[in-house]
Every structure is written in structure tokens, then in C-alpha cells.
Write a protein that binds this ligand. Structure first.
Ligand SMILES: Cc1cc2nc3c(=O)[nH]c(=O)nc-3n(C[C@H](O)[C@H](O)[C@H](O)COP(=O)(O)OP(=O)(O)OC[C@H]3O[C@@H](n4cnc5c(N)ncnc54)[C@H](O)[C@@H]3O)c2cc1C
Length: 411
């Protein structure tokens, strides 16, 4: 841009709309403890280090595993999980990491949700001492990509009805897994997969949903990268086929004994999605604000027009509400008082609000709003995935509705 020569019809070389502004109108994060701020700063440094290369990855639909796993080297995968072998993050620090990484790159935000939020948490909550000793730190450090396979091609919102089966071989004691899984982040990355399956056995667990640790190079395990995504293009999700996959008797996670245990993991990570939505929305709002201050039309910056100011005020109104949800949710969790449906309400509110903010920001950047280099379009596309995973908008509404009415409307 240094050799740019202004010409009639082009006065400026371009617009700087992606700089971080740390919008915090209500000082929601002004008083956070130094330890949490240090973790937040580490997440910012991570994004500053890898963000530009992730932009290329989104454009080309590549998955740079080294950039994704770098978060583990920086000890950013812990996601608030409490375990003696892991660095302790407060719920607030975990949320800020989710927010900051999604603010920078939604694909990396999803890696964090999968590697830390889902896979690491599953192992920390339900794994045996031996499983934890072997895999916990390598997953936390990003040395082994890990995935959480619950959803099936035929069972998304009703994953409680999953059909993947784990049969006990009466002779060897091994488990034999057959089934299919869809949308599994890191499911074809050469690491390990926590597979949720329905047990066929001659004991009290017959018919129960349990979780199995499967190394992805086990014969019969095939992970195929799902192509053609218009969201989260910088990371791969896999369609997994399990065809007579044999794992040892001790591959089952002893603490995972029913579908409720899978739900426990999902409840814990739902708050992370609310934070991710806040990160996306922050980026979109800040881009719209910066652009309106720089872009001149009708002889003055867009920001001088009343309608533009009103739109900015409306975006800030929603963004501040999202921040308050997140901060309060983290404080409740710190006190051990966060209920699952409170996390649902935050996810419900924040992903819906993020979609609205992104759509307005996209419009406020005019044609430049559809250019990947300006960020908003990518965030807008990435929000669509987080709006769906960890329970769709309608599923969250059903969970909240059941809680407030005492009546289930699921089926
Ligand atoms: C990018 C991405 C990453 C993912 N990563 C993982 C992962 O790592 N591991 C994993 O296990 N899963 C993963 N998922 C799966 C995700 O959890 C599911 O997509 C989600 O639960 C929704 O399921 P579905 O896509 O099958 O939609 P469906 O359940 O088929 O829903 C379709 C529509 O119907 C609505 N609907 C469904 N039931 C009802 C009802 N009772 N009443 C009213 N409306 C209803 C839904 O709200 C939705 O609008 C991922 C998904 C995506 C898109």
C-alpha cells in the first residue's frame, strides 16, 4: 500500500477494519483478575501469530493442523476443566479464550471447542487413570488431535437415539464397534476419537450409551473429510465409518455409563459457544464501526449519518447484552451455581444476536463487506455453524421451555 497514488475516483488505498478495539462499553471485563487477563493476553498473542495464515486456510478450505495445535503449546486448550494434571483456568478465563480465538478465527474457535471443550473434558471426567495418564496431557498440549463423536448421519438433535453399537466379544473381551458418525471435528486428523456407542453386552450396561477411546489408525475406522462447507472452512469435520473396529476391553471410559454423561459434556461446552458468539459479534461490530469512520460517502464519513449511528447503537446494545450474559454466566459457574439451562439461554441469546450483528455489519460495509480480507463475511458464515452445533436454536428453546414450564415438548 505504500506506493499507492490517489487518483480521481480512488482517494484511499483501502480500509483498516480488522484491528482489535476491545469494546467494553459497560466495563464488563474491567475488573478481571490478573491471572485471567494473562490467559486472555496469551489468546490474543496466539491469534496475532496465526490469524493471517488462517485467513488463507479459510479461503482454500485447508486445515493447518500445526496452527490449530499451536494453541496447545500455548496451553490454551484447558477450557476451564478441573483436573490435577491440567493448568487450572477459571470459567472467566476459559470464556475469554473462547471469545478471543473466535474473534480472530472461527475455525480455531471450533478446534478449541472440540479438542478442549469436548474431547479433553470427556477424558478428564470419565477416563480411567491409565487412559488419563496416557492421553490427557498430550491432548492438552496439542500433541495428539482429539475428537468427540456423538452425532450420526441419522441422529443430530435426537442423538439420544444413536445407533452405533459396541458389542462385547465373549472370547477375547474386546469391544467391536459398528456404525457411522457425522460432523466430527478432528475425526480424520490422525489422532484419537471418543466414540459414543450403544452397548450390547451380557451385563447391566446392555442398551446403555457408553464412550470408547479409539485410535484413528485402528483397522475398520475410516474418517473422510466433509467437503463443500461454506462455514468454518479452515478446519475439517469428518464423516466416520466404523466397520468392525476392534478395541481392547479397557478402551471403554469407565466413568461414561449413560447418555446423561454425554449430555454433561455438552452442557459444559454450551457456555463456550455463547462466548464464541460474543467473539464473532465483537469482530463484526468493530469492523462496522471502523468502516463507518473511514468510509466517505456524500462528502462525509458514514459515521456522521444519523441512520448509521442508530445502527451502531443497536449493535452495541446487543453486544453489551451478550457480554453481560457471558460475564454473569462465568461468575455463576465460578460459584458452582450455573444450571445447564442457564448456559442454554446464553447460547440461545448470543448466537441469535451474533447473527443479527453480523448481518447488519455486512450490510454496513457495502460491497467491501463480502471480501474475506475484511473479516465480516467469514464471521457471518462461521456463526452459522456455532448456531447449530452444541444444540440448535430450537433445541435450546425446548430445553429452556421444559425448564420453565415443567413440560417436555421434545417429541
Ligand atoms: C460445523 C459443525 C461441527 C460439528 N462438530 C461436531 C462434533 O465434533 N461432534 C459431534 O458429535 N457433533 C458435531 N456436530 C453436530 C451437531 O451437534 C449437529 O449438527 C446438531 O446437533 C444438529 O443436528 P443436525 O445437524 O442433524 O440437525 P437436525 O437435528 O436434523 O435439525 C434440523 C432442524 O430441525 C430442528 N429440529 C430438530 N428437532 C426438533 C424438534 N423436536 N422441534 C423443533 N425443531 C427441531 C433443528 O433445530 C434444526 O433447525 C457438528 C456440526 C457442525 C455443523
Amino acid at each position: 500500500m505504500t506506493d499507492f497514488q490517489p487518483r480521481p475516483g480512488q482517494r484511499v488505498a483501502g480500509y483498516d477494519v480488522t484491528a482489535r478495539r476491545d469494546t467494553d462499553y459497560y466495563a464488563v471485563f474491567a475488573d478481571i483478575p490478573a491471572a485471567d487477563r494473562e490467559v486472555w493476553d496469551r489468546a490474543k498473542a496466539y491469534i496475532d501469530e496465526v490469524g493471517t495464515r488462517m485467513l488463507d486456510a479459510w479461503d482454500t478450505a485447508a486445515y493447518p493442523l500445526d496452527l490449530a495445535m499451536r494453541a496447545g503449546e500455548l496451553d490454551l486448550f484447558n477450557d476451564g476443566i478441573v483436573h490435577p494434571d491440567l493448568t487450572r483456568f477459571s470459567p472467566l478465563a476459559a470464556g475469554l479464550v473462547n471469545m478471543e480465538i473466535s474473534r480472530g478465527d472461527g475455525s480455531l474457535g471450533t478446534v478449541l471447542a472440540v479438542q478442549g471443550g469436548l474431547a479433553l473434558r470427556t477424558l478428564a471426567l470419565f477416563g480411567s487413570d491409565e487412559q488419563q495418564a496416557r492421553w490427557l496431557v498430550p491432548i492438552a498440549r496439542g500433541e495428539v488431535p482429539a475428537s468427540f463423536a456423538l452425532t450420526e448421519p441419522d441422529h443430530g438433535s435426537d442423538s439420544v437415539s444413536l445407533e452405533t453399537v459396541a458389542r462385547r466379544d465373549a472370547t477375547t473381551g474386546e469391544w467391536v464397534l459398528d456404525g457411522a458418525k457425522k460432523w466430527i471435528g478432528n475425526g480424520a486428523s490422525g489422532g484419537i476419537t471418543f466414540v459414543w456407542a450403544r452397548v450390547e453386552a451380557e451385563d447391566e450396561f446392555h442398551g446403555a450409551v457408553r464412550c470408547f477411546l479409539v485410535e484413528q489408525d485402528t483397522p475398520g475406522y475410516t474418517g473422510t473429510v466433509i467437503t463443500g462447507k461454506a462455514s468454518l472452512r479452515g478446519i475439517h469435520q469428518a464423516h466416520i465409518v466404523l466397520d468392525g473396529v476392534r478395541v481392547a476391553a479397557d478402551a471403554v471410559l469407565p466413568g461414561a455409563q449413560s447418555f446423561k454423561d454425554a449430555s454433561t459434556v455438552l452442557y459444559s461446552t454450551r457456555s463456550g459457544v455463547a462466548w464464541s458468539a460474543l467473539g464473532h459479534a465483537t469482530a463484526c461490530y468493530e469492523s462496522a464501526l471502523a468502516y463507518s469512520q473511514q468510509r466517505v460517502q456524500f462528502g462525509k464519513p458514514l459515521a456522521k449519518f444519523q441512520m448509521v449511528q442508530e445502527r451502531l447503537a443497536q449493535m452495541l446494545e446487543e453486544l453489551t447484552a451478550m457480554q453481560l450474559y457471558c460475564r454473569w454466566m462465568a461468575d455463576l459457574e465460578e460459584r458452582g451455581q450455573l444450571r445447564p439451562t442457564q448456559a442454554s439461554l446464553a447460547k440461545y441469546h448470543n448466537t441469535r444476536a451474533a447473527r443479527r450483528i453480523a448481518a447488519v455489519a455486512r450490510d454496513m460495509l457495502g460491497g467491501n463487506g463480502i471480501l474475506l480480507e475484511n473479516g465480516v463475511m467469514q464471521h457471518m458464515a462461521d456463526i452459522e455453524a456455532i448456531h447449530t452445533y452444541e444444540g440448535t436454536e430450537s433445541v435450546q428453546a425446548l430445553l429452556i421451555g421444559r425448564d420453565i414450564t415443567g413440560m417436555s415438548a421434545f417429541a
